[in-house]
Write a protein that binds this ligand. Structure first.
Ligand SMILES: Cc1cc2nc3c(=O)[nH]c(=O)nc-3n(C[C@H](O)[C@H](O)[C@H](O)COP(=O)(O)O)c2cc1C
Length: 153
């Protein structure tokens, strides 16, 4: 099993989280690749997609992931399994709208969500990597989850 880590980041926090997720996956014996300019043509649909994005503006996606979001609007991805890690700040009433938008787009493309999205509030968790790593480790230790991803490359 391998993971495509798809990053949306303006100031680097989600990129740090993506790096931490890749390092955690490595300790679990799982290879991953980080995509900072994600492109549906270059992502392997047989791998697990992990979308890790912040929110900017007033509930907007980071610039680097917007072309990917546009691509998703044109696609059907019924064989793709995905998980979501969103970063946001609960002092905005558009808390984690970027992660929520990506989730909606993947749902519209008929992709398969494997577990509830993780939405990290950086107001209360100033080191979001810690939250993301703990969540991922717990997820990959769950027998149900292991069974679900068993068939993926
Ligand atoms: C200009 C600006 C706008 C933001 N807008 C939102 C927002 O609408 N909703 C939200 O949940 N967080 C918002 N945030 C918080 C960021 O999502 C949060 O700081 C995140 O950690 C940034 O990650 P990044 O460095 O990967 O972009 C905003 C931050 C900035 C600087």
């Amino acid at each position: 099993m391998q993971v495509e880590i798809i990053v949306g980041s303006m100031l680097g926090a989600s990129e740090y989280v993506a790096d931490a997720l890749a390092a955690k996956l490595e300790t679990l014996g799982i290879a991953s690749e980080i995509h900072l300019q994600p492109d549906t043509q270059q992502l392997d649909q047989n791998k697990l997609w992990c979308i890790c994005t912040s929110t900017h503006g007033a509930g907007d996606l980071p610039d680097n992931i917007q072309p990917f979001a546009e691509q998703l609007k044109q696609q059907q991805l019924p064989q793709v399994h995905y998980i979501i890690v969103g970063l946001g700040d609960s002092s905005y009433d558009t808390f984690c709208q970027g992660g929520k938008k990506m989730h909606q787009l993947m749902q519209s493309a008929n992709a398969i969500l494997l577990t509830d999205p993780l939405y990290i509030d950086v107001l209360h968790h100033p080191i979001p990597e810690d939250e993301a790593e703990a969540w991922l480790e717990n997820l990959f230790n769950q027998p149900d989850f292991k069974q679900q991803i068993h068939s993926l490359c």
